[in-house]
Design a protein around this ligand. Structure first.
Ligand code: FES
Length: 138
């Protein structure tokens, strides 16, 4: 498993092909070369969920990354332009998400397509759900 960076996000310069993905509110930050991560079999390759799984960052994914639930809901705070466009399937699924925001995405669908800095927040209802160890429901 790849290592989570201990440096706070934004403190060091990124290489031209490097992606830095930061998860709020924990501030866990991971870096990798764009397009070079091994696929972890959940969500689309190099999606936010796939990156999280590569680095052992917990992002709930009740449906296994198949765009069939909303537990991988994240709110993009920075770097939305580096992500794949929201498909109709993802948008339809997002419409059923709790606390939907303009920059909401599904972690299993949003692919990091370009190098640069991406910051996402895991909504509090999802974090609480994880802390309570609740069973996944669709
Ligand atoms: S994991 Fe179910 S929609 Fe993303």
């Amino acid at each position: 498993m790849l290592q989570v960076k201990s440096d706070p996000a934004g403190k060091t310069e990124l290489g031209p092909e490097t992606v830095r993905l930061t998860f709020l509110p924990s501030g866990q930050s991971v870096e990798f070369e764009a397009g070079k991560l091994p696929y972890q079999e959940h969500g689309k390759p190099q999606s936010i969920l796939d990156v999280a799984m590569n680095f052992g960052v917990h992002l709930e994914h009740a449906c296994g990354g198949n765009c069939a639930c909303t537990t991988c809901h994240v709110v993009v705070k920075k770097g939305g332009e580096l992500l794949s466009e929201c498909s109709e399937e993802e948008a339809d699924r997002l419409d059923t998400a709790a606390d939907l925001q303009l920059n909401s995405r599904l972690g299993c669908c949003a692919i990091i397509e370009k190098p640069g800095e991406v910051v996402v927040e895991i909504p509090s209802w999802n974090r609480n759900y994880i802390c309570e160890g609740g069973a996944s429901t669709l």
